[in-house]
Design a protein around this ligand. Structure first.
Ligand SMILES: *Cc1c(COP(=O)(O)O)cnc(C)c1O
Length: 383
């Protein structure tokens, strides 16, 4: 379709770079000024206005990656999501939101929305009907997350977007797990796409940032609220994020290929009872994932067989670290029952499919054979 459009790695490498006119250096100069001339200038620049040279230019790379007209960079993924929500929801409005959602987003909704008089409904599931059933007369926004955390369920992006559009309700998506390398939701009809840039955009576990991309008119509305809330990112970190994003296409493709190999291997493993990965033909939404994703991503989850202690397993791993975060070039694991879902009772966890045997696996760029050996050695050590 897009014959003239430049390819992924070219966007990652070049779009939005700032030309070093003065010294002809290869990389974008870093502009650290928080003070800019204001008399007789076209743009009144200020870091909290999200329009310093580095902020403005890196936004172009993000917009290009999501096929968006415009984008903004934030100080964290939560700044991106909270500023986006508060731009489209006010007192008396209602949000329909997917039941399986990043924990921080759940906390933001439950703890902050009541203070603003914003109503919300978590869906009962993730089918289009589940979203439609949750709609109220005052619903202004539907927010989805796919693939979801930690069970990698797949929501039908196009179907939800079409259903919402027919009712004149806006839609947003948390596209963090897929990254723009593997999924472009705006092409499927979603109105706004957000990312925790802390994850695949950064990719080296050393940056906290967020991003939103959309049409100009929606971004303008987000900007109007964001300049008041103040969640911008410092120019030093913007510059580091630009450097990281140059290799995002390479990194995420390598991680995605590794994840497919690890998922297939774990699926056949005698000590693993279940694998959750949309790339496996046994995944219930495999065909849907295939139709809306360019790759199946580098996140997967698996259950150790009964009798193997998941805590001891993680302690026994040598190469793969346990980590609260995800998406770095190094492989990491986490136990959802000890972290994101620790506050639920065992019964409640069962109801949402989070067993004590479940391990979420963020697959990095190491050689798959070394990851397999690390897992086998750890399992042998706890038997
Ligand atoms: C990490 C994460 C966030 C929050 O991002 P921060 O950068 O930590 O604020 C939101 N959504 C998903 C899916 C995430 O993984």
């Amino acid at each position: 379709m897009e014959k003239d459009k430049i390819g992924l790695n070219t966007i990652c490498t070049h779009v939005g770079e700032i030309k070093d006119e003065q010294f002809k250096g290869a990389v974008s100069p870093m502009y650290l000024s928080s003070s800019y001339e204001f008399l007789d200038v076209d743009v009144k620049r200020y870091p909290r206005y999200f329009n310093t040279p580095n902020q403005e230019h890196l936004s172009k790379k993000i917009a290009a990656l999501e096929n968006a007209e415009s984008a903004m960079i934030f100080g964290s993924g939560m700044a991106a999501i909270s500023h986006m929500f508060l731009a489209f929801l006010q007192s008396g409005d209602h949000l329909v939101v997917q039941n399986t959602l990043y924990g921080g987003t759940v906390n933001f909704i439950k703890e902050e929305f009541p203070k603003y008089g914003i109503e919300y409904t978590f869906t009962n599931g993730y089918t289009v009907e589940d979203f439609e059933n949750a709609i109220q007369p005052n619903t202004k926004l539907i927010h989805i997350e796919t693939p979801s955390n930690p069970l990698l369920t797949i929501t039908n992006i196009k179907a939800v977007a079409e259903m919402a559009k027919a009712k004149e309700i806006l839609t947003s998506i948390d596209n963090t797990f897929a990254s723009p390398v593997n999924q472009n939701p705006l092409d499927l009809g979603i109105d706004m796409v957000m990312h925790s840039a802390t994850k695949y955009f950064g990719g080296h576990s050393d940056i906290c940032a967020g991003a939103v991309a959309s049409k100009e008119e929606h971004m303008e509305r987000i900007w109007n609220v964001s300049k008041n809330l103040g969640g911008s990112l410092s120019d030093m970190t913007v510059w580091l994020l630009e450097r990281s994003m140059k290799t995002m296409g390479l990194r995420v493709k390598a991680q995605t290929a590794n994840a497919m190999e690890m998922a297939t291997w774990l699926d056949d493993h005698a000590d693993v009872s279940k694998v959750y990965y949309p790339g496996l033909p046994s995944h219930p939404e495999h065909d849907l994932a295939k139709s809306q994703m360019k790759g199946f991503g580098a996140m997967l989850s698996f259950e150790l067989r009964e009798g193997l202690n998941s805590y001891r397993f993680q302690k026994a791993l040598k190469l793969i670290k346990s980590s609260m975060s995800l998406a770095g070039i190094e492989s990491t694991v986490i136990s959802p029952h000890l972290t994101s879902h620790a506050l639920l009772t065992e019964e409640e966890r069962k109801a949402v499919g989070i067993s004590d045997q479940l391990i979420r696996f963020s697959v990095g760029i190491e050689e798959a054979k070394d990851l397999k050996q690390d897992i086998d050695t750890a399992i042998a050590a706890i038997k």
